[in-house]
Ligand binder design. Structure first.
Ligand code: PEP
Ligand code: MN
Length: 363
């Protein structure tokens, strides 16, 4: 056989192999689509990295050359990516918190108070629990104002280790005692997985603070409880990271989640943080979860609490959180930004004038 004939023969053989490979690739694609359908039926739609690792290990074990294993694995990885695209694995369809996954709003219900049902809630209370007298005075004031949910930090995440760290578990008990006296529900921050179990009898909503938004162990553990969780946006978290943090909680089984925009860090110094007001409609569009706005930690300024709260309700927030204290000047934390009782009255009046649908029940 002449060299030219030999080349032609080899090329025909190559064409034949290409045809076979094309056929195999197409069959692989069809199989991937089938697998996607079965996974969807099982409710496990997500891409499985462990499975991919197994397939790549298989390539390594079976490779007889002449290609080097990393080269072959790279080629196969490209094929896996193409298959995943065929399965239509886009984030919006797969995330449990996604609006595409559940069209109806999630409504969070506590005994006697509802968040996300169209009537915005006001959550108020001191930055930190300091004494029974303090939280009891606040509880009395809140009940008189018609507020249903009281906040108060027992475990305080403080920037400096020398600042007041909160009363811890004792603080939770004081908060609950005061709330019970005035028929209020309680929200308080839990900072570690180990503190969850003991806290459960004392809180109606578990707060996960901004500094813990990506404490994945904490997210998984609060996700295993049957208490609603209010998740605050991290100090420098993107909306996508915020949504994934909520997904951690829901993926662990807890569907009662409230998102809370609390301002993000920017170069602006006029406010403590920059309230990302458009995060509210974005989160409402992209997820089915209720969204609240913490006007205290986002602005850090008393004079901006009311306008920020109005803005929050105007863009569709399901509620507002604000800090108030019987005597802010001597508060052990956030003294500059908490409202005193008279200022709280002004705040509530100002808000209800424009938003009479606020869920306040005067006693
Ligand atoms: C708080 O609400 O008490 C608090 C510490 O807020 P953040 O986690 O948003 O800073
Ligand atoms: Mn505070």
């Amino acid at each position: 056989m002449s060299p030219q004939d030999q080349l032609n023969r080899l090329r025909r053989e190559m064409d034949e192999l290409n045809r076979e490979m094309l056929d195999l690739l197409s069959r692989r694609g069809e199989l991937a689509v089938e697998i996607g359908k079965v996974k969807r039926l099982q409710g496990v739609e997500r891409y499985d990295p462990v499975r991919e690792r197994e397939m790549l290990d298989f390539i390594a074990a079976e490779n007889r050359g002449p290609f080097e294993t990393p080269r072959l694995q790279h080629l196969f990885k490209e094929m896996f990516k193409a298959s995943a695209e065929l399965q239509g694995e886009d984030r919006d369809k797969t995330l449990l918190v996604s609006r595409k996954r559940q069209a109806e709003d999630t409504v969070v219900t506590l005994g006697g108070a509802t968040i996300g049902n169209g009537r915005p809630q006001l959550i108020a209370g001191p930055c930190a629990v300091e004494s029974f007298e303090q939280v009891n005075a606040v509880a009395e004031k809140l009940a008189l104002s018609g507020v249903k949910i009281m906040r108060g930090g027992a475990y305080k995440p403080r920037t400096s280790p020398y600042d007041f760290q909160g009363l811890g578990f004792d603080g939770l008990k004081l908060l609950k005692q005061a709330a019970d006296r005035h028929d209020l529900r309680v929200i308080s921050e839990i900072m570690t997985p180990g503190a969850i179990d003991s806290a459960l009898p004392y809180v109606d909503i578990i707060q996960v603070g901004a500094r813990n938004m990506q404490n994945f162990d904490l997210l998984k553990e609060v996700g295993k409880t049957d208490k609603p969780v209010l998740l605050k946006r991290g100090l420098s978290a993107t909306i996508e990271e915020f949504i994934y943090a909520a997904e951690y909680i829901m993926a662990s089984g807890n569907h009662q989640i409230i998102l809370c925009e609390r301002g993000i860090r920017t170069y602006e110094r006029a406010t403590r943080n920059t309230l990302d007001i458009t995060a509210v409609p974005i989160l409402k569009q992209e997820t089915h979860l209720p969204v609240m706005v913490d006007v205290t930690h986002s602005t850090g300024r008393r004079d901006l609490l009311l306008p920020a709260a109005k803005a929050a309700l105007a863009v569709g927030a399901d509620g507002v959180m604000v800090e108030m204290h019987p005597n802010p000047a001597i508060a052990l934390s956030d003294a500059q930004q908490q409202l005193d009782f008279d200022q709280f009255d002004e705040f509530v009046n100002g808000l209800t004038t424009q938003f009479p649908q606020l869920d306040l029940v005067k006693k």
